[in-house]
Design a protein around this ligand. Structure first.
Ligand code: AMP
Length: 571
């Protein structure tokens, strides 16, 4: 297909903000694409050259794109930059400069979508010495053949700035309209969506949809390829959970970590994906070992939550403290020792060559527990209680909180697994949020866009016996970056700066004057803070200028709340 034809579609998509118009433009285009052999052109519609599940990137920065524009047009890079400064849009700059040059070029080769896919994919695969030069050449080759409008969209595509509004929902609707007709969209859209949630690949879904709904339904899970995870809804409390998922129900600890999809493909290869479909296998070598050691099956896709713990005390730690493991690319072995994770498996959706999506949770969970021989602090099935008793579920809830977890998940025993869907087959139950008035006794200067502001605040309660202020945590959320509604960093910084009594690098100590209301989820014992307690998930909700530090929450009030929460004292 001519690339120009696609660029005209981009232009039309860009010109309208109406969802229906966009869907119609796309559906008409897809209707034409049905006849093309190569359905992968659909990736270009989304501003990519790979399916959504892929981690590959073209890897061309604005700096490289400038060099390529210069190479293709013969215009010095400094002049390209000058032009770019004027328009602020490198795509427009490329369009203008290509136009200038084209006036004197007679011969012009037609650019095709296939050629664009080919060159940009080649660029993504390059490695080693000479990569940069080769990337520039691949893009310059395309730009040399490009018409001005093609240059505009080519540059936007490589920079990841296409932004023509072809989100997942619109693509799903357009495929449904193109393959089943707009009138019948309601009937078929769920099949298209379900297929996409399994495949995460619009070319595969479109190809199947072209051959009818049966082919769509045949789209299978493939271990080793990421699939979207099923999401949870909320329940107010245990009684509400039973109401929503029925009796009996499965209750499981809700671990405060991050989702991990553990895959073993037919060839024995292990891959780990996050809920955002990122491949994090390399970042978690110890988890790969646990999977090999503790899960006995030829192939599978197992859903789990990895939760961090302290290697010293073996206590669980909140997600924020281990989140760096997901992104880290170096010192991985060292980090895996410092920030170890325990993997809690809770569902299985593919086993020895078969999809289990439509099996009831009861069966999936039983199978999982049969094939996983677990070990604490390494990999094990999530703590589970199947019951129809409210009081048993309540005490299980308290047990979870006492062990340092966020709460419980309640699961419908008869439900299938719906990838990507936020359905009521799985509910989260957390303790009600509570609040304390506390005083700010310290802070930390922010970095990046919070540079210059105090952006993280140490909060304290009052020890009623000594009158001292004792720290109960650190809070950076609840405050706005801009002064629109509520409390802003700017405002708080201005109030706190005159009260600074000591500075150590970015940390400052602050005279206890400013009282704030802090909402939190639960309280944990913590040796890190002088009070011996830490508020979990704290959020500042407002200033309390009407309160003095002598009015704030006392240490014994905090201890009492903790006792209530952990069942040491009846509420
Ligand atoms: P939330 O992120 O607050 O919507 O809560 C749902 C999340 O809890 C899931 O996406 C999982 O990452 C996590 N989770 C922790 N433990 C479990 C469990 N036993 N079953 C299902 N999800 C869990």
């Amino acid at each position: 297909m001519k690339y120009e034809e696609l660029c005209k579609i981009y232009e039309r998509l860009e010109a309208t903000s109406s969802r229906l118009d966009k869907t119609e433009i796309l559906a008409n285009f897809l209707h034409k694409l049905k006849k093309e052999k190569n359905k992968e052109i659909i990736y270009l519609l989304r501003g990519s050259v790979f399916p959504d599940y892929s981690q590959k990137e073209v890897g061309i920065s604005a700096q490289l794109a400038i060099k390529a524009i210069s190479k293709a047009t013969g215009i010095p890079a400094e002049d390209v930059v000058e032009e770019w400064k004027k328009s602020g849009d490198l795509g427009k700059t490329a369009e203008k400069l290509v136009k200038k040059k084209k006036q004197i070029t007679l011969f012009q080769k037609e650019l095709t979508t296939e050629k664009v896919l080919e060159n940009l994919r080649k660029a993504a695969e390059l490695e080693g010495p000479g990569t940069i030069e080769k990337k520039i050449s691949l893009l310059a080759e395309l730009l040399s053949a490009a018409k001005p409008i093609e240059a505009r969209y080519l540059i936007r595509t490589v920079l990841g700035e296409l932004r023509v509004g072809t989100g997942e929902g619109i693509m799903r609707d357009a495929i449904t309209w193109a393959c089943f007709g707009r009138e019948k969209a309601k009937e078929y859209v769920a099949s298209v969506e379900a297929a996409y949630d399994k495949a995460n690949d619009f070319a595969a879904v479109f190809e199947a949809a072209c051959h009818g709904v049966k082919k769509l339904e045949e789209i299978m899970l493939v271990p080793g390829k990421p699939v979207k995870v099923m999401l949870a809804l909320k329940a107010k409390n245990i009684a509400d959970a039973f109401e929503q998922v029925g009796k009996p129900a499965a209750f499981e600890f809700k671990y405060d970590g991050f989702r991990m999809m553990l895959n073993k493909s037919e060839d024995g290869k292990i891959t780990i994906f996050t809920r955002r479909l990122e491949d994090v296998t390399k970042q978690f070598p110890e988890v790969v070992e646990y999977v090999k050691k503790y899960i006995k099956a030829k192939s599978f896709i197992i859903d789990s939550e990895a939760v961090g713990y302290s290697p010293r005390t073996k206590k669980y730690r909140p997600f924020q403290e281990i989140s760096q493991r997901i992104k880290r690319k170096y010192d991985i072995e060292k980090l895996s020792k410092e920030l170890p994770v325990e993997v809690n498996v809770f569902d299985i959706i593919y086993y020895n060559g078969k999809s289990l999506l439509n099996e009831p949770f009861r069966k999936r969970s039983e199978l999982l527990r049969k094939i996983v021989k677990g070990k604490k602090l390494e990999l094990k099935p999530a703590e589970q209680l199947i019951t129809d008793s409210e009081s048993k579920a309540e005490s299980f809830f308290r047990k979870a909180l006492k062990a340092g977890h966020e709460g419980l998940m309640a699961k419908n025993l008869d439900a299938p697994y719906k990838p990507g869907a936020r359905v009521g087959y799985m509910l989260k139950i957390k303790p009600e949020e509570k609040e304390f008035d506390l005083v700010i006794v310290g802070a930390e200067y922010g970095t990046g866009k919070r540079g210059g502001w105090l952006s993280s605040f140490v909060i304290a309660c009052r020890d009623e016996k000594t009158g001292n202020f004792l720290e109960v945590g650190k809070v950076g959320t609840g405050i706005k970056e801009k002064q629109e509604v509520g409390l802003s960093f700017d405002e708080l910084t201005k109030m706190l700066k005159p009260l600074i009594v000591e500075e150590h690098g970015r940390d400052v100590r602050i005279k206890p004057k400013i009282v704030v209301t802090v909402v939190y989820q639960n309280i944990q014992k913590s040796p890190k803070y002088a009070s011996g307690f830490a508020l979990r998930f704290p959020r500042i909700t407002r200033l309390r200028p009407d309160r003095s530090p002598s009015d704030i929450a006392t240490l014994s009030e905090i201890r009492e709340e903790w006792e209530k929460e952990t069942g040491r004292k009846k509420s």
